[in-house]
Design a binder for this molecule. Structure first.
Ligand code: GLN
Length: 269
């Protein structure tokens, strides 16, 4: 948990830097008809802002009976809702596999992807990213008492990762054998059942799993696992939306909104 506070501190300092850079945010507009009368049909005309996500990544996105956008809850969902509101729109969620998000952006099925998505060079070839809003890192989840104390101790161990997550990329780059699963929960189940020795996954999500399951702990190795930045992805040709998202994010980082949202979900764990 101490570590999560550190990540929250990183966001807050990022917010501070951006605060110095940002000039203004976006405001709402009042629609009027040609003769200047308020347009009463405006509410119906407002197009939803469709965010794609993969609601399997608490505390960023998960399904809950009391979600902030329909049944969807989490840090990203709150951010998405606020970005839409700041632009006079309503956020809608399209929940899909993490691996499908970039394609869904490219074919126009979603307007933006918000999914604890790490900015990578490979992904940047396919989509554009907003300014980053969260700093994370890969960590290892092990059973209490494990002899894994650093990344190189994973050699020869049974490693579980989620397919398509940066955790998979990192383990691949280290040159270790691994098994890739569809969901983080499946990886953690393997670990709990003693079918694997270690799960490599993003820090805040790892903390959620450790809080929810007895007998697990987190092992960090900042030399092996560098910092990752989460950002919102949009289609390459949609610079108008990217600018709107960046303006809203800058404002929310500068005034501390993003930091407050992150801390509230992380503290609730
Ligand atoms: N940050 C990781 C990635 O971008 C995992 C994201 C996620 O599962 N939602 O691959």
């Amino acid at each position: 948990m101490k570590n999560l506070k550190k990540f929250a501190a990183v966001i807050l300092s990022l917010a501070f830097v951006l605060g110095a850079l940002t000039a203004c945010g976006s405001g709402g507009t009042i629609d009027t008809t040609a003769n200047g009368e308020p347009d009463t049909s405006a509410a119906e005309e407002v197009k939803p802002l469709v965010f794609g996500t993969n609601a399997e990544f608490a505390p960023f996105e998960f399904v809950s009976s009391q979600g902030v956008i329909g049944e969807f809850d989490g840090i990203d969902m709150m951010i998405a809702k606020k970005i839409a509101e700041a632009n006079g729109m309503e956020a809608q969620i399209n929940n899909m596999e993490f691996d499908s998000l970039l394609i869904a952006l490219q074919n126009g099925q979603i307007d933006a992807a918000i999914a604890g998505m790490t900015v990578t060079d490979e992904r940047k070839e396919q989509v554009n990213f907003s300014i980053p809003y969260y700093t994370a890192a890969q960590v290892m989840i092990v059973k209490d008492g494990s002899d894994i104390a650093k990344a190189s101790d994973m050699e020869g161990k049974k490693i579980a990762v989620v397919q398509g997550y940066t955790g998979e990329t990192v383990v691949k780059e280290l040159g270790y054998e691994y098994e890739a699963f569809k969901k983080g929960t499946e990886c953690v189940l393997e670990l709990v059942n003693g079918k694997c020795d270690v799960v490599v996954i993003d820090s805040a999500t790892a903390a959620t799993y450790v809080a929810d399951n007895e007998g697990l702990s987190i092992v960090e190795d900042s030399e092996a696992f560098g910092e990752e930045q989460y950002a919102i992805a949009v289609a390459k040709n949609n610079t108008e939306l990217l600018e709107k998202i960046n303006a809203s994010l800058e404002k929310m980082l500068a005034d501390g909104t993003v930091g407050e949202i992150a801390v509230s979900y992380i503290d609730a764990q």
